[in-house]
Design a protein. Structure first.
Length: 367
């Protein structure tokens, strides 16, 4: 291709899935050019009140969870994990520029030969963002006429509020090609704009396990026998009993990511996230990217339905699409153990979907 490619995505330094999808997309696009970087948008120096409102909107759906956990948060451990995650981003992801979200397109210094890719992850999950941030993640600050596509973009919601639809209707038609991560995303785009979008694989699934293992740093001893848990919600008492019963039956300890009961694992960085999944005996989770890495490393796993995640904010769309693609509908349950997975079949489907996703990407990037 010979052009510079710039990625526009969420830059959440301590979110494992976010950092790993950013890295994976950079690696995927690196097959087509030697210069791939990520644009980092930052809030403008507006008045204090406006910036406060934007922060509150960002955490609207998560504020209660943050407040409930802040009393038990160990500041040293949180700081250590943030350092490790920042080190990963600095080492593995090239940031090309910081752009103020108050700028107009005419104010932004954009190379004439840049090709822009929006994605992946929940870049269009509008309840998390101010209007200016959402517009940025729809390519608002890329001058009109510049080539822009989306790759595996996600809305993260199943419905769009009427007052937000005009933002999507303004910017989505500017895209040269549109791909999303979930089936519901294609429906939302069709309903709002009449445009056709394509479902493609999350970029984390586009890299081979050999490539993923190259970034690991011996965080896990080779003789460590453990069940891995990774929950963004809080498991019920019944689900916790299922985890403990499996570990006891199979002679494993339980390693818990994002859980201060396991301080050793809490400080893991994104590269350690990969290694923890690669060496786990079994996985319990409610996370989309935990499912992706379980699939990549051929792990038997159970997905527990996340308490309180229903309606517009439901995670079901992204899970349902992932499980449809790999015929894994039976792994998501309320309690117990999911049936064993036939990874011979899964690998055949993975190869098929990789070819389809790469074919879409190559066509979308054609001049």
């Amino acid at each position: 291709m010979g052009k510079k490619i710039k990625i526009i995505t969420i830059f959440d330094s301590t979110n494992y899935g976010n950092r790993l999808q950013n890295y994976a997309l950079s690696e995927l696009l690196g097959d087509y050019t030697s210069v791939v970087s990520t644009v980092r948008y930052i809030n403008s120096k507006g008045d204090f009140f406006q910036r406060t409102i934007e922060v509150l909107r960002l955490f609207r759906d998560r504020l209660a969870l943050i407040i409930s956990r802040i009393k038990t948060l160990h500041p040293f451990l949180a700081g250590e994990r943030e350092k490790v995650c920042d080190r990963f981003s600095s080492k593995r992801i090239t940031v090309c520029s910081n752009i103020l979200v108050s700028m107009s397109a005419d104010d932004v210094d954009v190379d004439d030969d840049s090709f822009y890719v929006l994605g992946s992850d929940q870049i269009w999950n509008y309840p998390w963002f101010s209007e200016s941030n959402l517009s940025a993640q729809l390519g608002a600050y890329v001058p009109e006429g510049k080539p822009v596509i989306s790759y595996a973009a996600s809305f993260g919601v199943s419905e769009i509020d009427d007052d937000v639809k005009p933002i999507f209707q303004k910017y989505l038609p500017r895209l040269k090609a549109v791909s999303v991560r979930e089936d519901r995303g294609t429906e939302l785009i069709k309903e709002m704009t009449g445009l056709d979008a394509t479902v493609v694989l999350d970029p984390t699934l586009m890299l081979t396990t050999d490539k993923w293992l190259k970034i690991t740093e011996n965080f896990v001893p080779n003789n460590d026998k453990y069940v891995l848990t990774y929950f963004l919600g809080r498991p019920s008492n019944e689900q916790e009993r299922d985890i403990q019963a499996y570990a006891k039956t199979h002679g494993c300890r339980v390693r818990r990511m994002l859980d201060l009961r396991d301080k050793e694992t809490y400080v893991a960085g994104p590269q350690d996230f990969v290694e923890l999944f690669s060496k786990a005996q079994y996985v319990f989770t409610d996370s989309y990217h935990a499912c992706c890495f379980s699939i990549l490393f051929h792990k038997q796993f159970t997905v527990f339905n996340r308490a309180g995640m229903t309606g517009k904010s439901s995670m079901n769309s992204r899970m349902e699409t992932l499980f449809r693609l790999f015929d894994l509908d039976s792994v998501m349950i309320d309690s117990g153990l999911a049936p064993d997975i036939d990874y011979g079949k899964v690998d055949r489907l993975l190869e098929k979907h990789r070819k389809e996703s790469r074919s879409w990407l190559e066509k979308a990037m054609e001049n």
